[in-house]
Structure formats: C-alpha cells, structure tokens
Ligand binder design. Sequence first.
Ligand SMILES: [Mg+2]
Length: 273
Amino acid sequence: MLIKSNISLSESSQSFFDSLKGELGDEYTLEINTDNNLDDLDWKYWLKRAAKHDNVQAAFYDFKLDESHPLNISLYKSNKSNDEAINLHISKKGKHRALFLDRDGIINEDNGYVYKWDDFKVYPDVVELIQLAKNHQLKVIIVTNQSGIARNYYTIEDLNELHLKMNQWLEENNASVDGIFYCPFHPEGEVSQFKRTSMLRKPFPGMFLMANAQLDIDLENSIMVGDKNSDRINELEMMTFFIQGNYELSDKEATFSNLSELTEHIKSQNIFN
Ligand SMILES: [Mg+2]
C-alpha cells in the first residue's frame, strides 16, 4: 500500500548513539500533519521507529528540514506485523541532476559476486558515458546491490578495497564518479548483521534517497542505467535505461545492446541537456 497525501511538517531533534558511525548524533523526529484519513496509522510512532531503523537512519544523514524546499514524504507498509516492511521515503527537491549507474553489468562484466580487482573486467565504453554526463554538469553516482556481503562471500573491507582500485582506474581515465552507494543486506544472508530486508536494496529507493540527502540530487530529473528489471525504482519515476546482459528485461524500448549504443542515443536525443 502506498499512501501519498498533502502534508506539513514540524521538526525536533535529540541526541542518540549512532551505531553506524559509532558516535553521538542527532535523531530527527518529524511530525506529520495530513489531511488524509489515516486513522489506522500512528504516524508519530511509525516515524520514530523508522528513524531508529539503521537503513532509514542512514537516509536521514545530513538531512535538514529546509522550508524553502518542498519535501515529498510517503510512508508505506506491506504488512503491518512485519517491522522490516515499514519504510519511510523522504526526499527533497535537490539541486543537481545525476547519472546513476548500476555497477555489475554496467561498469564491469557481471561474472557473479566479483570482489577482487584482478577479476574486475571494466567495460571501457563506460568512460565516454561518464564523461558525457560530467560535461553536462550531471553528478555520476554508482548504486549497487552487494548481497555477497550478507552471503559471506566477501567483506565490506574487500568491497572498499575493490572500489578504491576502481576509482583509481576511473580517475586515470578522466571518468571519476561523485559517489558510490551499496547495499550489503539480503534477507537470506548468512552474516546475521546483514541478514534482513533493506530499503537500500534495489528496487527499493533507499540508496537514491541517501544520494538525495547527502549529495543534493534532484531525483525526478536524474537518469538511471542498469541491467536488471530491479534497477528501475518504480516509486521514483526516474528515466531508466537498460543494457542487455545476463538478465531478461521487460522494457525493450529502453534497452540497448551496449553502453556505446546508449551513449549515442543520449547524445542524439539531448537527454543530458
Ligand atoms: Mg547489475
């Protein structure tokens, strides 16, 4: 169920121990006033619970209520008895458009749970696409599901090490990126810390909301490129393209056989202008 309504907000904050950063931080409590009939939901309680949920807490990071910008808030649940399904969407009208790129199958060959630089085969075509985006003042952001961490195939340290090398390669090719967001969680994981449903995992919008909050991204006018149906975040209504790789894709009109073809399409249709 997705609830959308006209809302107004009031904000308060208090200190809390931030388990992600290991230090004290501010917890925001947003009080929502709405004209919809939502008698079956206790908004304040749900929001407070959501704010304590690590995933959402991450999305709250650097979040400031700026009354000059409209905020869009949706609260949805799929099952009232299931905590994990309670998610909170908060986004603000960001300043910068972005090109969001999935990693495996877009930046590099998707050979399944790649975590070593020696096994990481970069698609050289990605350089031109990134440069085109940067020439048009778009931020370039990688958003990648990394359930291999939950599945105990590799660690966050392995992933960070790989991403350092990847960044180095991209920089050397004048195609550096502005941010990388990853989701280490999976409900069938083996590592208890990461075994759960997460709003960060695509097709949920968590990583995009973090980009909105941390890098001031205008989600509505941004573009996503991926190689799986789940790379389209339905609730964000963002323009999305696909590259045909290992997976069955349902939107044939938005599907290209490789990055060069997509880059040519973007140029000819002035999509980054
Ligand atoms: Mg992929």
